[in-house]
Design a protein around this ligand. Sequence first.
Ligand code: NAD
Ligand code: TDX
Length: 331
Amino acid sequence: MRLLVTGGAGFIGANFVHATVREHPDVRVTVLDALTYAGSSESLAPVADDVRLVHGDIGDGELVEKLVAETDAVVHFAAETHVDNSLADPEAFVHTNVVGTFTVLEAVRRHGIRLHHVSTDEVYGDLPLDDPIRFTEATPYNPSSPYSATKAASDMLVRSWVRSFCVRATISNCSNNYGPYQHVEKFIPRQITNVLTGRRPKLYGLGTNVRDWIHVTDHNRAVWRILADGELGRTYLIGADGERDNLTVMRTLLRLMDRDPDDFDHVTDRAGHDLRYAIDPSALRDELGWTPQHDDFESGLAATIAWYRDNESWWRPLKDASEAMYEERNQ
Ligand code: NAD
Ligand code: TDX
């Protein structure tokens, strides 16, 4: 099987490529990645001999057409992904998430190629803190930020290409991922690397916002299950019952790093900050038999901290620029 992985030099995509090389030796992987600030060929270094990396933009119709013509399936991770960046400058989000997904869809339509589109639970908006209700496949879309609005738009394009053009596609909407190779702009790696570089960790607002954490390996195992046995046209929600508020995650992380759990700063809150995300993953578990292997968040977090300690050369070149950006925003 020949597999085209867009965004395979980013956090989740690189972990997906590593797992594919390890666990599916019969699959030939091509990565298409623009190597933006969020992508790095370093993340693919351990599998460099097993993977073809094409440096290019998913909005480049000619290039996408050529690569799709040479493949049997596409797993589409490429996106602009950081909510704070989308609030500061949304344009790249429209280009990559909307126009880029459109470009991929047109190519798979022309060549009759199977597509799996990777999306986020943020398309559903947020949930109240004081009600145990969770997102399901039937929850109406209600995105809050330019990031989630452009991901919602990309999901809608996929749904309409399935209905109108019989494109063979599935969609997954996953909750917050953590694990190795995540950019230091994101919550967990930012705090770990703040501690490792002698900075104080930064919590937005009071830290009452809840996220539903899943280890990246479990997300990617679900993507493989859906690619192999998912029902065409369906949306699957991926989550691992990992709800925690940000304050709790911060305090746990500091304790695991032998710091005082209150040794952090409260900084300016995010505009429009979503209160709570929570996924009901029943369909994925019941129909495709998926279960998360990392069911202990604290040990997954400890392993992630160890990875950042051991791989400073991967994240160190990104850190100062990332913090300079946050400083400009008083965050
Ligand atoms: P990331 O920002 O770490 O990586 C994105 C990758 O896409 C980078 O390698 C980047 O270079 C590449 N890219 C960006 N624009 C491109 C373009 N125009 N053409 C080609 N490549 C381009 O993101 P991630 O966290 O790995 O997320 C991957 C996917 O998973 C995204 O679609 C995201 O919406 C989705 N998702 C992420 C999470 C999460 O917690 N990180 C949760 C649910 C869903
Ligand atoms: O320094 C910080 N302090 C802080 O309190 C940062 C960077 C974040 N936060 C808060 C904001 C969120 O409530 O932590 C929470 C997690 O923040 P992010 O890591 O920016 O993730 P989030 O906005 O929840 O979105 C993530 O999950 C869904 C990914 O970035 C998306 O790509 C994915 O779709």
